[in-house]
Design a protein around this ligand. Structure first.
Ligand code: ZN
Length: 345
């Protein structure tokens, strides 16, 4: 799973690097992104198509039902091994219902809907969806994104309908829809949170977030204990060399409160990798407040839940609930300099 994730991140980074607004300008959007600085000093034709920077996206041909028409998707349902053909908005309802609490604030669910729609179309546009399943999408979160039609309620339905056709766009490309449950107070760069190896995506930034103060008190901090043997094994597995009997565990490199590396004795391991190896639902984040070794065990305590990159779900919930922020405002808070484009009515 680790390797697969790393490969996926690598592919995503290569794709991001290789795409630089090379398609023809298509149509204006109400809120275009500013022109980027010149990319090079090559002489250029003065034709309009070369001067004009593309700022919009199109529905990928693979799922298109015609321009400005709602796409149709072939969705691989991992639980049954079958393929379901769904209209895009119906699919997004099942994604939002699976990824977020269906009873949450409508604008928070709506922000998640814009994220989910953008994620799906980005993957279809760049990877052809899930070609291994001969599908455009999959309900397996390792392959694509979660989907659960049974959790759809009226609240989710209304939230998704209110964002019908909306996607987040950066300079003519679909934004990569990273999200997490609870950033811990400030979101992370892709390098910090995901050990992302490519150039930092321009729409990802450290965004201040109201989640820490607004989250339910019993969810604010986490704590988890492991045996020192487990830590030794995990370190050996990641580093490829045995750190020896563990007597010291510390944060190595740190960035804005997040551990970037962990030192196990004298062996340094990448913190996001360490977290995934120890179980990302238990070792909840790389914001570590304390590491205590006692006897044969170590206890980590920290705040946050998830990699911290992109949209923070608890932040979205609190923005919507306590500040009356709209879905578009929430998406633009977490994804810098993006525009929201409507692809179908
Ligand atoms: Zn947050």
């Amino acid at each position: 799973m680790n390797k697969k994730f790393a490969v996926y991140i690598l592919c995503a980074s290569l794709i991001l690097l290789s795409l630089s607004g090379c398609r023809a300008f298509r149509r204006p959007v109400p809120d275009p992104v500013p022109d980027p600085p010149p990319q090079d000093s090559q002489p250029q034709d003065d034709t309009e198509s070369d001067v004009e920077e593309e700022t919009t996206v199109e529905i990928p041909e693979q799922v298109s039902q015609g321009e400005e028409s709602e796409p149709q998707l072939r969705v691989f349902i991992a639980e049954t091994g079958s393929i379901q053909t769904l209209m895009m908005e119906e699919y997004i309802m099942g994604v939002v219902a699976a990824e977020m609490e269906p009873t949450w604030e409508k604008e928070a669910l709506a922000a998640q809907a814009i994220k989910a729609r953008t994620f799906a179309l980005q993957r279809i546009d760049e990877d052809g969806g899930v070609p291994a399943r001969n599908a455009d999408a999959s309900s397996d979160i390792q392959e694509f994104q979660a989907y659960n039609a049974e959790r759809i309620n009226d609240n989710v339905r209304e939230a998704v309908e209110s964002t019908r056709g909306l996607v987040a766009v950066y300079e003519g490309e679909f934004v990569r829809g990273w999200f997490h449950a609870y950033c811990g107070g400030m979101t992370a760069t892709a390098a910090e949170g995901l050990n992302f190896q490519g150039e930092e995506p321009p729409f990802i930034h450290r965004a201040e977030c109201p989640c820490f103060d607004g989250i339910e008190a019993d969810l604010r901090y986490w704590e988890k204990s492991y045996t020192l043997d487990r830590i030794r094994n995990v370190t050996r597995q990641i580093a490829g060399s045995d750190p020896g009997a563990v007597n010291s565990i510390e944060v190595g490199e740190e960035s804005e409160g997040r551990a970037v590396t962990i030192m196990v004795n004298e062996t340094e391991v990448n913190a996001p990798e360490f977290r995934l190896a120890l179980g990302s639902t238990e070792f909840k984040s790389t914001i570590l407040n304390e590491i205590n070794i006692s006897g044969n065990n170590v206890t980590f305590s920290g705040q946050g839940y998830g990699h911290g990159v992109g949209l923070c779900q608890w932040g979205a919930q609190i923005f919507a609930r306590d500040q009356g922020r709209s879905a578009e405002e929430i998406v633009k808070h977490y994804f810098k300099d993006v525009t929201i484009q409507k692809l179908w009515d």
